[in-house]
Design a protein around this ligand. Structure first.
Ligand code: 26V
Length: 793
């Protein structure tokens, strides 16, 4: 396509003219952006084609990652850099009088995910391609991504995320691969053919849009397939078309912020089946275009189920094999149970998916019959093997009118993995103990990771350059080699340079905050940052109570001395999650009082950054001194933000939860700031926990809690009532008060440590040096070796 600046300029100018009928100097920036995007995509298409051809030529087994979420963020810089053409494009554009950074800013995030689970899928896609493995994604092409968050008067307001407004230059529509998906109707047995037939179903067409996933320094380009719903040619005759049309459109309208609400459950189940049915049909068609039968399907295909959301894959593949490809149950089960692997991402009971049987029966009558059969066969087998009927009931898939998707996943997959060491231990020894014992060897751990290309190389070029200057660039291909920095963690020159880089990144964030929040923050203050989804278990409330506590310390003591600190929050709450939204309001209310108070604001500022997402994370994370990872021990499955902060040279202020445990293991306790109850201590405390004791035993804590309901932060005393109730009258489910004192002490230690800048820089450098383990390249290699058994292309 183009290899030199001159060729780039020619191609770019030609495309501007042929697409928009005007010359470069008269073109609009959005036109320039879209042409650049199309050029990069076409550039990538060359390798895309060869990758597909090579897979066929060498009969490669492929992995498909099925996920209802992919949080890709922006792709322009990532693709330009991975293709190694960033500089050519930058210089070429600049000679045309165009600033590439201006074009970069025009790209909207593909925000097709809620948080860590969706971003993990995106990091995995980057590692798969960069390591040259054949691995593809399957998801839904949501017309609106996760809502855009506005803060008005301190409240979260949700507005639609119209990410497709300018179109999506990365995708290629593939109408010839359209397949039909069936909902509703009834099942009839045809005694002549001895088959079940799905009658009176409503068909919906699924059209794939393919997005190339470009790896770094490789010719391998994989595919992320986005499925879009449109009216089928087989329109049900008895149905009003306008209503049908609307129902079809609804399937791909919005990503579910979470499934805590009852309303929309049907739609959510429809989305899940839509993805699963479309994705599997396409894979089967592809397989049959290469091989004579599906007998070897599991040898050429492995499907990773990202949480329980796509677990309908299991009965759906059974259905396809039995009803459409004439397999007997046992043969079909052999193929199915050697195809799927399931990843669990949470142990919170309220987040484990259970679908009402009545709903499944109506929406997916044939699929439900198969689930029922899987359940009964498994139930009988458990009784036969253990003689224990109650155990069989407990392990079964169908109970109390619900279908337990996690149990279906475990029964139908050959591998079940947790996402961090501690999380997998809890799964195996507690939450899924009986299932784990029943299937020895099936449960395993795959500690999460993040792509160091996006999160260090591209998000933080200043730090990357410093690292390259010190230890060269072999770590880009082998992130474990970041450990070579260990030799220099005591080098005063490197320490100083690191501090300078950090300052530069703090300044950039400070500029953003000034522009958007109209607040001046001091870049010499400690940047304590907590950015993540809002959930009670993540305990943003613990940080706020800490701020309130310090506020009263300063107010009540004229001689109070404190090293200046800036607390920065970001994150979205599910629209229906009243408690989480109230915590956001509390942060903003406290921020207003603190920032406007002359005595206090010289020591402390509180900032809430609106609309946290992938692109903002790339600005915020490199600017952190302290990474707040303070969930109740045992509740955060892994966390991946913690890894991104560590890799960018921040110190973890955290509990022994999720992957924090492994961060501590990598860098040693003295290079983190760990506090609070451990999982075991929480279990011990649970039966005797009395939150009022903490309130009565410490007047300072009493003052903090009272301030929630005495009008201190809002004229309306009822404003934060729900928080007071949750803490004091529902006995503080997440042990916020139990950990408050330890948290405050840890903050104090941070304050002391920070003032010895050499020691601080040393700890940060050790964190960077040891962060290579958390590259998703390591995670992917473990999945490849232990689960997928795929080979490089
Ligand atoms: C969902 C819900 C929905 C209903 C209300 C309560 C609740 C609580 C948690 C969740 C999260 C479901 C799955 C999930 O997103 N897990 C996240 O996966 C990340 C990638 O493995 C991991 O790093 C995070 O620790 C984990 O929370």
């Amino acid at each position: 396509m183009f290899t030199s600046k001159e060729e780039f300029i020619m191609e770019f100018s030609k495309r501007i003219i042929s697409t928009y009928g005007r010359c470069v100097s008269q073109s609009h920036v959005t036109e320039q952006f879209m042409v650049l995007e199309s050029m990069v995509r076409d550039y990538a298409s060359v390798n895309w084609a060869t990758t597909k051809a090579d897979i066929i030529k060498y009969n490669k087994k492929q992995m498909y990652y099925f996920s209802l979420e992919f949080l890709m963020g922006r792709m322009l810089v990532n693709n330009l850099m991975n293709l190694g053409i960033y500089d050519v494009a930058k210089i070429g554009l600049s000679e045309l009088g165009i600033n590439i950074h201006e074009l970069e800013e025009l790209e909207t995030d593909a925000g097709l995910g809620n948080g860590g689970l969706g971003r993990l899928a995106a990091c995995f896609m980057d590692s798969l391609a960069s390591l040259s493995y054949p691995g593809n994604g399957n998801t839904i092409r949501y017309e609106y991504g996760l809502f855009k968050q506005k803060i008005e008067d301190g409240y979260q307001i949700e507005v639609p995320d119209q990410w497709l407004k300018l179109g999506n230059g990365w995708e290629v529509r593939k109408p010839k691969h359209t397949v039909d998906v069936k909902f509703w109707g009834t099942v009839q047995y045809n005694s002549e053919t001895q088959k079940y037939e799905h009658k009176g179903a409503e068909c919906v067409s699924a059209v794939p849009y393919d997005v190339p996933i470009v790896g770094m320094d490789t010719t391998v380009t994989n595919t992320l397939r986005l499925w879009h719903a449109q009216p089928s040619d087989n329109i049900p005759s008895n149905k009003d078309f306008r209503q049908y049309n609307q129902e079809v459109r609804d399937i791909c309208q919005t990503l579910y912020p979470d499934d805590s609400t009852i309303s929309g459950k049907t739609l959510r189940l429809k989305q899940q089946y839509f993805l699963v049915a479309a994705g599997l049909q396409a894979i089967i068609k592809y397989h049959l275009s290469l091989y004579p039968s599906l007998d070897n399907f599991h040898e050429k295909t492995v499907i990773q189920l990202n949480d329980t959301h796509p677990v309908l894959c299991i009965p759906e593949l059974m259905r396809l094999l039995i009803d459409e490809h004439d397999y007997e149950w046992d043969q079909a089960w052999f193929i199915v149970s050697h195809t799927f692997a399931y990843t669990n991402h949470t142990v919170l009971v309220e987040a484990l998916e259970r679908w009402p049987i009545t709903l499944m029966q109506a929406l997916l009558p044939r699929v439900y019959m198969i689930i029922d059969e899987i359940h009964h066969r498994f139930h009988d087998e458990v009784i036969k093997r253990t003689g224990d009927k109650e155990k069989a009931d407990r392990l079964g898939i169908l109970k109390d009118g619900y279908c337990d998707m996690a149990h279906l996943a475990v029964v139908g997959s050959f591998s079940v993995n947790g996402v961090a060491y501690l999380h997998t231990q809890i799964l195996k020894n507690d939450v899924m103990r009986e299932l784990s014992d029943y299937f020895p060897g099936k449960f395993n751990n795959k500690t999460n990771g993040i792509t160091h290309r996006r999160w260090l190389l591209y998000a933080n070029p200043q730090l990357s350059d410093l690292i390259k200057q010190q230890i060269g660039d072999s770590w880009i291909e082998q992130p474990l080699l970041l450990s070579r920095l260990l030799d220099y963690s005591l080098d005063p020159k490197l320490q100083e340079q690191f501090i300078a880089v950090k300052k530069e990144r703090k300044q950039r964030l400070a500029d953003y905050i000034l522009k958007n929040n109209h607040i001046q923050v001091d870049i010499d203050s400690i940047f304590n940052i907590q950015v993540k989804r809002f959930h009670a278990y993540k305990r943003q409330l613990l940080s706020v109570l800490g701020i309130i506590y310090q506020y009263y310390e300063i107010k009540n003591n004229p001689d109070y001395q404190m090293y200046p600190q800036t607390f920065i929050f970001g994150g979205k709450a599910a629209p229906g999650y009243y408690f989480a939204k109230t915590v956001i309001k509390l942060i903003n209310s406290v921020a207003k009082v603190v920032n406007e108070d002359e005595d206090v604001s010289k020591y402390m500022k509180v900032i809430f950054i609106e609309n946290y997402g992938v692109t903002l994370a790339e600005l915020i994370i490199p600017a952190a001194d302290v990474s707040l990872q303070i969930s109740t021990a045992g509740k955060e499955a892994s966390g991946t933000g913690n890894m991104k902060f560590m890799m960018n040279g921040a110190i973890t202020l955290g509990t022994m939860d999720g992957a924090n445990v492994e961060i501590v293991q990598q860098v040693a306790k003295e290079n983190c700031e760990i506090f609070g109850l451990t999982t075991a201590e929480i279990e011990d405390l649970k039966p005797n926990y009395r939150v009022w004791d903490y309130y009565h035993n410490d007047p300072k804590i009493k003052r903090v809690i009272d301030s929630l309901v005495d009008g201190s932060w809002d004229n309306n005393r009822e404003q934060f009532r729900v928080i007071f109730e949750e803490l004091m009258n529902r006995n503080d489910e997440y042990f916020v008060l139990a950990d408050l004192d330890a948290y405050l002490k840890a903050l104090n230690r941070i304050e002391k440590r920070y003032q010895d800048q050499a020691e601080w820089a040393k700890a940060c450098l050790i964190n960077i040096a040891k962060s290579g383990y958390f590259s998703s390249d390591r995670t992917i290699k473990e999945y490849v070796d232990d689960i997928w058994h795929i080979e490089k292309i």
